[in-house]
Design a protein around this ligand. Structure first.
Ligand code: S6P
Ligand code: ZN
Length: 183
């Protein structure tokens, strides 16, 4: 395998040499708590960008690492802040490391009924142990940018995306966020 080289500009959040995937509102159907607000936003602009994932990873997977840069746009559906779908890894013993580059967010970690929220700001490093589902939420008004690394053959299990027990909502007429139960 040849060395792979990409760049992330820490000031602008722009990447180069990484493969881009995007998630728009229509791909996040069924995930936000307020279905009426979601329908309204979808009608306005179904291809509104919520987040992008940029990947640097070799084609061959075994024994390699994958790294990603995720950029979550600021925004809400109703009061709920924009987030990533969230997942577990198909290979359950996969751990992952996150490094926040820009913006303000929360990392929601969940293992069965055990839920943690970790504040993400530039410089925050989080080790996500195996078997903890993870979703990231942009609670700021600028894009949230973070870098992550895990084994390249980990795979993704998105069943976790509908099972998060907490939701992060914007405070009424106020700066900041509050954490609510999902169900
Ligand atoms: C991958 C890592 C991140 C997410 C990205 C998008 O293991 O956790 O790169 O893929 O933040 O989230 P999701 O839940 O849509 O894959
Ligand atoms: Zn992950």
């Amino acid at each position: 395998v040849e060395p792979l080289i990409g760049t992330l500009d820490f000031d602008s959040g722009k990447t180069d040499g990484l493969k881009r995937e995007q998630k728009t509102l229509r791909e996040l159907s069924g995930l936000f708590a307020d279905e009426a607000a979601f329908a309204l936003e979808l009608a306005k602009d179904p291809s509104r960008l919520v987040y992008e994932v940029f990947t640097l990873q070799p084609d061959e997977n075994a024994a390699h690492l994958a790294c990603h840069v995720t950029i979550i746009q600021p925004g809400t559906v109703g009061k709920e802040f924009f987030f990533t779908k969230g997942h577990l890894h198909q290979i359950q013993e996969t751990a992952e490391i996150y490094l926040c580059i820009k913006g303000t967010g929360l990392l929601l970690l969940q293992r069965e009924s055990d839920v943690r929220t970790v504040k993400m700001q530039p410089g925050t490093i989080v080790y996500i142990p195996p078997r903890w589902a993870h979703r990231t939420i942009n609670i700021g008004d600028t894009p949230l940018v973070f870098f992550s690394v895990h084994r390249a053959d980990a795979g993704y299990d998105y069943r976790a995306s509908t099972q998060f027990l907490k939701r992060i909502l914007k405070k009424h007429n106020n700066e900041g966020y509050e954490i609510h139960n999902s169900f």
